[in-house]
Design a protein around this ligand. Structure first.
Ligand SMILES: Nc1ncnc2c1ncn2[C@@H]1O[C@H](COP(=O)(O)OP(=O)(O)OP(=O)(O)O)[C@@H](O)[C@H]1O
Ligand SMILES: [Mg+2]
Length: 255
C-alpha cells in the first residue's frame, strides 16, 4: 500500500546551520508517530517542510505517492495535510465557536465565507458539530482567553482537523499543559484519531506521553534519524538513551 507520507533525504540549512541532514521516513495509514529529540534536533523544521511552510534545500516529500515538495500550506491543507503549532494559533478575545467558524471558513468554504463568517448559520452548525466531536460543547461560548491551556490546545487541534485531514502534524500538543490535563487531552485526541482514521505525526518532549500514545517513535538527533520503531525498542536504544533521554535505563522523563 502506498505510504501516506514519505520523506526522501530531506535536507534544510539556515545559513551555516544544518537543521536536517538527510531525513528519510515512510509513514503508513493510521500510524500515530511520536517524534522525539532534544531542543534544536530539527523536529519543527521537518514538520514545517512536510506542511509546506519551508522548502527543503534538498530532498523530496511525497504525500500518498504524489510529490508535494514546496507546495504551499494552503494548497496542502485542501489536499488533506493539517498541522498545529508549538503555540496555539487562536483569537483569545473570541469564543471557541467563533474560532472554529473562522477555521472552517478558511479551510472548507469558498473564500467569500471569510467576509462574514459569524453571520453564517450553516457554518455555526458545522462548528458546533466539530466542537461536540472533541467534547468541547461546554466551552463553545467561552472566550478563549479564559480557557485552561489544555482546552485551548484541544481547540487548536480540533480547528486543524475541521477539514478532515488524512495526515495531521502536531508540534508539541502537550507543551504548556499541566500534567493533570495532559492525559485527558491526549485521550480525547487518540479517540478522534482512531474514529477519523487519521495518520498522525506528533512532536513531543514528554516521554510518558510518547510511550502511551505513539504506535511508533522516530528519534532525531542533530538533524538525523537515529532510531525508528516501536516505542519500547526506540527507548531501549543505547544511542537514544545517551543522546536524547539522558538516562542510563531509558525510563520515562523529559528529553
Ligand atoms: N528560521 C530559522 N532560521 C535560522 N535557524 C533556524 C530556523 N529554524 C530553525 N533553525 C535552526 O535549526 C535547528 C533546528 O531547529 P528546530 O526548530 O527544527 O528544532 P526543534 O527540534 O523543533 O527544537 P525544539 O525542541 O526546541 O522546538 C536549530 O539549530 C535552530 O536554531
Ligand atoms: Mg520545535
Amino acid at each position: 500500500m502506498t505510504p501516506v507520507l514519505e520523506c526522501v533525504d530531506i535536507k534544510k540549512s539556515f545559513g551555516g546551520v544544518l537543521a536536517t541532514q538527510g531525513i528519510d521516513l515512510s509513514i503508513s495509514e493510521r500510524e500515530i508517530v511520536g517524534i522525539i529529540g532534544a531542543n534544536g534536533a530539527g523536529k519543527t523544521t521537518l514538520l514545517n517542510i512536510v506542511s509546506g511552510y519551508l522548502t527543503p534545500s534538498a530532498g523530496r516529500v511525497l504525500f500518498r505517492g504524489a510529490d508535494i515538495t514546496g507546495t504551499p500550506p494552503r494548497v496542502l491543507a485542501k489536499r488533506g495535510i493539517a498541522r498545529s503549532f508549538q503555540i496555539p494559533q487562536l483569537f483569545v478575545r473570541s469564543t471557541a465557536r467563533e474560532n472554529m467558524m473562522l477555521a472552517l471558513a478558511l479551510l472548507c468554504e469558498p473564500r467569500s465565507a471569510l467576509l462574514r463568517p459569524f453571520g453564517d448559520r450553516d457554518l455555526e452548525a458545522r462548528a458546533d458539530i466539530v466542537l461536540k466531536s472533541y467534547g468541547l460543547t461546554g466551552h463553545a461560548d467561552s472566550v478563549v482567553g479564559n480557557l485552561p491551556q489544555g482546552v485551548r490546545k484541544l481547540l487548536d487541534i480540533a480547528m486543524a482537523t475541521c477539514a478532515e485531514p488524512k495526515l495531521l502534524l502536531l508540534d508539541e500538543p502537550t507543551s504548556g499543559v499541566s500534567s493533570e490535563e495532559k492525559h485527558d487531552l491526549m485521550k480525547g485526541l487518540a479517540k478522534r484519531f482512531a474514529a477519523d482514521a487519521m495518520t498522525v505525526l506528533f512532536i513531543e518532549h514528554d516521554m510518558e506521553i510518547v510511550r502511551e500514545y505513539a504506535s511508533r517513535v522516530i528519534a532525531l538527533y542533530d538533524g538525523r534519524v537515529i532510531a525508528d520503531g516501536m516505542a519500547n525498542a526506540v527507548f531501549a536504544d543505547p544511542e537514544v538513551k545517551r543522546l536524547i533521554l539522558g538516562t542510563r535505563d531509558g525510563s520515562a522523563g523529559h528529553a
